[in-house]
Structure formats: C-alpha cells, structure tokens
Design a binder for this molecule. Structure first.
Ligand SMILES: [Zn+2]
Length: 686
C-alpha cells in the first residue's frame, strides 16, 4: 500500500448465479481477495469485504427457459449453492449479497436516474437483432457467432471468452440466435447509451498516467482499449429480467448487466453497514477490485466512467486481475462440465480447504494462464505441506513433549549460537518479505516465503539434532524453544493463506486468536517459558494415488456424461450439416448391431448407465449417458447400434468400450438408433 489509507473496501467479482463455483473462480479472484482481506484484518485495519451473486442477465433467462423454471427460481437455487461453497471453503466475506435484492434494484435505479437527470445518456433508436421465431429482441448474449479478432466460433455478442475482447453483435461473423439458431433480423428499439468517448481523455490520464503501478496484464489491456478509442455503449436492454429502467417510457427495458452488477458492490456495502458512505465517498478509503481477466474492461473502463459520471464516489485504487486457471491443460468450461466444483471438492476432501488454498495460490495465474493438475495437487500436498510445514510442526511438538515435559522450555542466552541467530533473522526477514509480497498483490511469492521459512526450520532442527543431545538439556531447550516460537510465527504469517491450519496450530499451542495479530509476527517471545502445550495433531494428511485417480476419473466422467447427454439437443438438429468427409473417413468407423444383456446404474454418476452388450462373438462394457431417460430394466433386451472401434475411455473406474448411437424424439427424450427387424447381433452396419 503506497498511501496511508484509513479504511479499505475490498470487492471480489460477483459470481454469476448460473452455476456453482469452481476452483478457477477461486484462483481468479476469491482466494487472492480473501488472502488480502485476512492480512488487512490481522493488521487491525478497518476493512470491509463485499461480494454478492450477479443474478441478472441473459444466460439465466436462457437456463430458466430450458429448465422450465422462472429466472428467480434459477438464481435462488444457485445462490444457495454458491453461498454455501464460499462459507464451507472459508472465503470470509463480510457480506455475500445478491443483485435481485430490493436494496440493489433501488440503488441501481437511483444511480441510473442520477446520470439520466444530469443528461449524461444518449437516447438512441436503433436497429437491434430480433428473433422472429421466438418473437423477442435478442440481447447481445443471445447472439453467437465467430469472433472477428481470434476466429473463435462460439463468441457472444458482447464478448469473446476466448480472447477476452468485448464485442458488439454487429462485429460477429455469421451471427445466430442462441434461442432458436435462426438468423436474426433487425428491428427498431430505443435505448440509453453511455458515451464512453466523453471519458476517454480522463481515463487515459487516470489509468495510463496515474496508475502505472497496476499489474502488466491489466494495464496492457486498458492501454489497448483506450488506444482503439471508446464509443457509446448501450446501458439498457430489451428484457423482462433485470433491474427495470426507472423511466416512464421504458417498459420492457432493463439495465445492461454490466451497468447494474458493479453497482452491486455499492448496494452490498449499504446492506452491510449504515456507514457505507465512508467506504464509497471518502478519499482515504482504499477501494480494490479483485477480478478475473475477462472483467478488466468493465472494472477499469466502464465502471470507473460510471462512477466519474455520477461524481459522488471514489475510484478503485487498484484492480489486481488474474489470468485464467486451466484444468489438466484444458480451459475450464462450465458448459462442457470441465471443472473442479468447490462443493464437490469439499465432499471428497472435507476439512482440507487449506490444501486447495495452498495449491491454487502456489499456481495462481497472476501474470499468465496457469494449469491445475491433480498430480500437482498431490505432489504439493505431500512434498510441501506434509513434508515441510506439517513435518516441522509435528517434530517440534513431539520432541518438546518427549524431551521437555510438554512445556515451553526456557531459552538460555549464555549458549545462544549462530544457528539460533540465523533462524531468528530468517523469521524477521520472512515477515518483511511476506508483507511486501501481499502489499503488491504477489500472493504466490508470499506463500513461497512462508514455506521457505518452514524449510529453514527443518534445516535448523537437522543441524541442532536435539534428539542426540540427551545429556545437554540446555541445548535441547534452546532448540525447541526457538522451534516453538517459529511454529507460532508460521501460524501468524500463514494465517492469510492457510487460516484453517493456523487455527489448528492455535489449538495445539493453547493460544487465543489474538495471537494471530500480524504485529506479533517477528517476535520470538510469543509462547511463554513453562507454558504447557497440547499434544500435536497432524496439520496435513498424505494424499494417496488412489484419491488422485478417483478425481481424474470424476473429471473425465462428468465431462463425458455431459457430452453424451448434450449430443441430440435442439441446437444439434438445427445446426448445419458438418463438413463433408470422404468415404474413406466414414469407412473407418466400425458400426455394429448389438444387444443390451445387462444394465445397472453407475455409483455417483446421475447420467450414466453401465451396459453389457452382446456382439455375438464377444461382450462389451459400455457406459452411456442415458440414465436420466431410461431405467436399467427398460433397456435390457434392446437392440442398439454400437460404434465398436472407438478408443476405450475410463470413467468412474470403469472402462467404456464403445459408444451407442442415440437420437431424440419430438419431446427431447433420447431414443436408440435400432434396426426395425431383429438383426444378427454383431453384424456390421454399412
Ligand atoms: Zn476472440
């Protein structure tokens, strides 16, 4: 922190209430924000940590339509899941609000009205895309097409998630309606635009000159945006789901989600404290937005322009955005179910929040995209948390109980040596280094300093060898006295990163939370001589190969089950025919008729059935994503078409040896592609 701030308002990007949270979300903004906030709290700073669910926008209405629910039901369900995940994982928001709240609607409407009354909007009638089949205007998100910048074929009308560019639907190549796949037509409608070009000169000064200290990835994106030149951007949409535009002639119009969502930070603060204005309107407040890279333009350009236009609010002091976290080398995808979900992680690894916190922080995509792999998760746990941190604490406690009667031994100044000095020096310099890292949002670096301090402690024990000094109690005392003070320091310095572990350590040391105050770090008088301590409990447990294999299978099975259940959707039917192939390509596929002779559900996989197929000359095990459409009893005896030479894939520990062809009836139920008359099982299909 370069300046002396009196208070801090820390925000984390509002998660979208259209699905649960995954570890990519955690690594992107929630974990770094939580580390920063816990650090500020430990320093005794006045800090508020606000967040909430972003509950408006098109994907929610699309999901509601697909699932035959109201948008409110969709967001109510996901709000609960998301809120619980954060609580269970230990993301320590002071408030986790929601943008469908009355408070938020009022705040956002007042904000809008303020800008309207100051005549800061442009009112424009324009031609907008309209889906004739569904008789509705299409918000930008409803239109998909090819990104003009990176050629990603699944770009949205407002943004390309592949390259992060903000787009308008007009820029998309081959635009299509996401509701019906029809080609949208243009129709007239009126909207309110924020002329961002009016703020361009000011933004250039504020970002490019006054905030050169921002992270390179953030600064660079802003620079390229500002150099391209800003244009007017519509702040309203045609929809029934969102914050209604508070004007008399605005029926059927709601605010653009990116207008109302960041105002959610303000409404959440309002909901949290009657002194909310101190946090939003006083210059000595540090406002920091933690976000992922896909939100940079909204937090560094559009929202600041809105705040500037309004005039009453402070601006962010920093926007430390992270890049993306991939999983096993592939981009996280909610729609393809390629993700590690937080609530599922906590089911499989209860009380091991800190292991995931550690791994996500160690691999934090702070400057570039980074990769999460289960193998690395295991390795970091076993060879760093268990072997370095956990091992040090355990050794010190076990030896202290064995050689010092379970009490903090005295420190004898007369035999203090250079190794003692070196360890003390390391504690002091580590504190300083960790502070510098956190202050400059380099959380990985801070975490590595922490582990390095524990590593130094192990070295110290190894060099001192108290277990060999049976007849030299004074030497034993000094070593374990310092060892224990080091453990106390690790609890304090590690608390922002690994809070659950620090709590465990406090219980072992029989100290109250107050010891974790940051100012105590660097001291070697934290535990009083003669104070009796508890027996050690293991801070971290080894993670076995089997657990990692299970997670890998789960990851793949989820994705495959999803793929298979998604194949025959409405979109697939109306999609254009795939690219032409040659007969040789087709003849590579070996299709066989087969008979289902046994079927059962697959444990912990709602969509999968485990089928045994008879091909006459052999039997096959095939997993098929049809469990939501058929019971095992219904399918036994059916004749089906099998892709017999598809490479086997392992899911849930079971090898699937082929794929069954399915199509869909008029009601969307999956049906088998079967011969009309009984065929000879195993015979090829040409
Ligand atoms: Zn793109």
């Amino acid at each position: 922190m370069p300046k002396n701030f009196k208070r801090h308002l820390i925000t984390a990007a509002l998660p979208y209430a259209n699905g649960p949270v995954h570890i990519g979300h955690l690594a992107g903004c929630f974990l770094p924000a939580d580390i920063y906030v816990r650090y500020l709290r430990a320093k005794g700073e006045d800090v508020k940590f606000v967040c909430g669910a972003d509950e408006h926008g098109v994907p929610i209405t699309i999901r509601a339509m697909k699932e035959d629910k109201t948008p409110q039901q969709v967001v109510d369900d996901f709000y609960k899941i998301i809120d619980t995940s954060f609580k269970d994982f230990g993301i320590s928001f002071d408030i986790f609000s929601r943008t469908s709240n009355k408070e938020h609607h009022e705040t956002a409407q007042a904000f809008f009205k303020d800008l309207y009354d100051k005549n800061l909007f442009e009112e424009k009638e324009s031609e907008q895309y309209f889906d004739e089949e569904k008789q509705t205007f299409l918000a930008d998100r409803y239109i998909t097409g090819t990104c003009p910048k990176c050629s990603n074929e699944n770009a949205y009308g407002d943004q390309c998630e592949n390259c992060g560019s903000a787009l308008s639907p007009e820029e998309l190549i081959n635009p299509k309606s996401a509701l019906s796949s029809s080609i949208p037509i243009k129709k007239k409608t009126k909207h309110w635009y924020l002329p961002l070009q009016n703020y361009e000169a000011w933004l250039k000064q504020w970002v490019l000159e006054d905030h050169k200290e921002w992270k390179n990835n953030v600064y660079g994106q802003c620079k390229s945006w500002l150099e391209q030149g800003l244009r007017s951007r519509a702040m309203t949409r045609d929809s029934n789901w969102g914050v209604p535009v508070p004007l008399p002639d605005a029926e059927g119009k709601v605010m653009y989600v990116w207008f109302d969502a960041p105002i959610g930070y303000i409404s959440a603060t309002k909901e949290l404290t009657p002194h909310w204005e101190d946090y939003w309107k006083k210059d000595d407040t540090q406002l920091v937005h933690f976000i992922g890279k896909d939100n940079i333009v909204f937090h560094c350009i559009i929202f600041p322009a809105m705040l500037k236009a309004h005039g009453d609010y402070i601006l962010p002091e920093n926007v430390p955005a992270n890049e993306f976290l991939n999983i096993e080398g592939k981009k996280v995808s909610t729609s393809r179910n390629w993700a590690v979900w937080v609530h599922e992680y906590l089911e499989d690894f209860p009380d091991q929040q800190d292991v995931m916190r550690y791994v996500l922080c160690a691999n934090a995509p702070e400057n570039k995209d980074n990769d999460f792999t289960w193998k690395d998760f295991q390795e970091r746990n076993n060879s760093e948390l268990v072997a370095i941190y956990g091992n040090l604490v355990n050794r010190v406690f076990v030896l202290m109980h064995k050689l010092c009667g379970g009490k903090v031994p005295p420190f004898h100044m007369d035999i203090k040596d250079s190794l003692d000095d070196k360890l003390y020096e390391k504690i002091v310099t580590s504190k300083k280094a960790i502070e510098e890292s956190i202050d400059s949002y380099k959380f990985r670096e801070g975490l590595f300093q922490l582990i390095d301090l524990a590593r130094e402690g192990n070295k110290y024990l190894q060099e001192k060898e108290p277990w060999k000094k049976k007849d030299d109690q004074k030497s034993i005392d000094n070593c374990l006295h310092l060892g224990l003070q080091l453990c106390a320091n690790l609890a304090i310095l590690g608390n922002p990163f690994l809070p659950h572990t620090s709590q465990k350590l406090c219980r072992m040391m029989k100290v109250v939370d107050r010891m974790l105050e940051w100012k105590n770090a660097g001291s070697i008088q934290l535990l009083k001589t003669g104070y009796s301590l508890n027996q050690p409990t293991l801070l971290f447990a080894k993670i076995e190969d089997e657990q990692i294999e299970q997670q890998m299978e789960k990851l793949h099975a989820n994705a495959i089950a999803h793929e298979e259940s998604e194949v025959p959707t409405e979109a697939a039917n109306t999609n254009p025919i795939k690219d032409e192939i040659q007969f040789d390509d087709f003849s590579k596929i070996d299709l066989r008729s087969a008979k289902i002779i046994a079927a059962e559900k697959v444990k912990k996989a709602d969509k999968l059935l485990n089928l045994t197929l008879d091909l006459g000359f052999e039997q096959r095990t095939v997993l098929s994503g049809i469990a939501e459409h058929y019971t095992p009893e219904e399918v036994i005896g059916l004749e089906v078409t099998l892709v017999a030479n598809l490479a086997p894939r392992k899911m849930r520990g079971i090898e699937s040896q082929g794929m069954i062809l399915m199509t869909e009836d008029a009601d969307g139920k999956l049906i088998f592609v079967s011969p009309k008359k009984a065929s000879k099982v195993g015979s090829p299909i040409h």
